[in-house]
Design a protein around this ligand. Structure first.
Ligand SMILES: [Zn+2]
Length: 305
């Protein structure tokens, strides 16, 4: 009996304390406690109503982290680019809020079609899907879309896509953030060969984002050295150049990777994304100029006296 009485008093006290705390919070903030909850930056995790709030909070600024599925040497996962670009994007929006689109990996990767696990959509589909994706993002309030590129093979596709936005009027701006996956300075590099794919830098980065998926003991089981099987001038381009140099789709030496180098690279990449989000939020020129350009492009003969 005494026991139950004590329990009842304790329960009443706890409930009273809770009411007081909740009341004080509402009083202090002037809003229900629920509204103070942090919005997830992940598109797929928000309710429809919270999505509207997220668009407001992000000022219509959204990230489209762009990965790929391709072989990454003998030791890294197929989704390395996707995993790493999402890691840095999600860390960046902790510092400067923006909405993050779900997993996207529909890019240019024809050069790895001879390796297991590569998903290479046709050129037409890559462009069409990307256009419809940004159109749909914009229709939902993303008027400033930053494509964060995590894959070297997209380095021509994405500037071309951004340039192609000038063809027809759009009520949104596409920004492309390329690079950032490595940066000069920091811990001294150990590899002596070109480091372009699944090598020292990228392996180090993955040691930070997903250490459990790195099989560093296998990194030296294939050569990531340039095979130099083509003899052409530097500025004469051919699509087979990559295969000519790196037939195993591996460029560099992942065995010498370190977490310290990865942290240096990833911190730099995160800072570059934060800077881009802030710049896009502050950018009131691009859309205005786009609209001016679209209007003039409808009657080019009138734009000059
Ligand atoms: Zn990669």
């Amino acid at each position: 009996m005494i026991h139950r009485g004590v329990l009842q008093i304790t329960a009443r006290f706890i409930f009273g304390a809770w009411l007081f705390t909740a009341g004080a919070l509402i009083f202090m903030t002037g809003a229900p406690v629920r509204a103070q909850q942090k919005l997830s930056p992940k598109w797929e995790e928000l309710t429809a109503a919270d999505f509207r709030a997220a668009i407001q909070q992000s000022k219509g600024t959204c990230l489209l982290p762009f990965g790929i599925l391709e072989k990454h040497g003998p030791h890294l996962p197929l989704g390395t680019d996707l995993l790493n670009v999402r890691y840095v994007s999600l860390h960046a929006v902790e510092q400067e809020y923006a909405l993050v689109f779900p997993e996207y990996y529909f890019g240019q990767i024809f050069e790895a079609k001879h390796e297991p696990g590569t998903i290479a959509y046709s050129m037409e589909l890559q462009l069409k899907l990307l256009q419809e994706t940004t159109d749909e993002m914009a229709r939902n309030g993303c008027k400033k879309i930053i494509i964060v590129n995590g894959h070297g093979g997209n380095e021509h596709l994405l500037p071309f896509f951004a340039q192609a936005q000038m063809d027809k009027p759009h009520d949104y701006v596409v920004y492309v953030l390329d690079g950032g996956r490595s940066r000069p300075g920091g811990p001294a590099k150990k590899s002596s060969i070109a480091d372009m794919h699944a090598g020292e830098n990228e392996t180090s980065n993955t040691l930070v984002s997903h250490p459990d998926l790195v099989h560093q003991d296998r990194a030296a089981s294939e050569s990531g050295a340039d095979q130099k099987r083509q003899n052409l001038p530097e500025n004469l381009y051919t699509g087979i150049w990559w295969y000519a140099k790196f037939p195993d789709h591996y460029s560099g030496d992942g065995s010498v990777a370190t977490k310290e180098l990865g942290q240096w690279n990833m911190d730099g990449w995160i800072a570059a994304i934060v800077e881009s989000i802030r710049a896009a939020k502050a950018d009131d020129a691009s859309l205005k100029l786009q609209n001016e350009f679209y209007e003039k492009s409808r009657h080019p003969l009138d734009t000059r006296p």
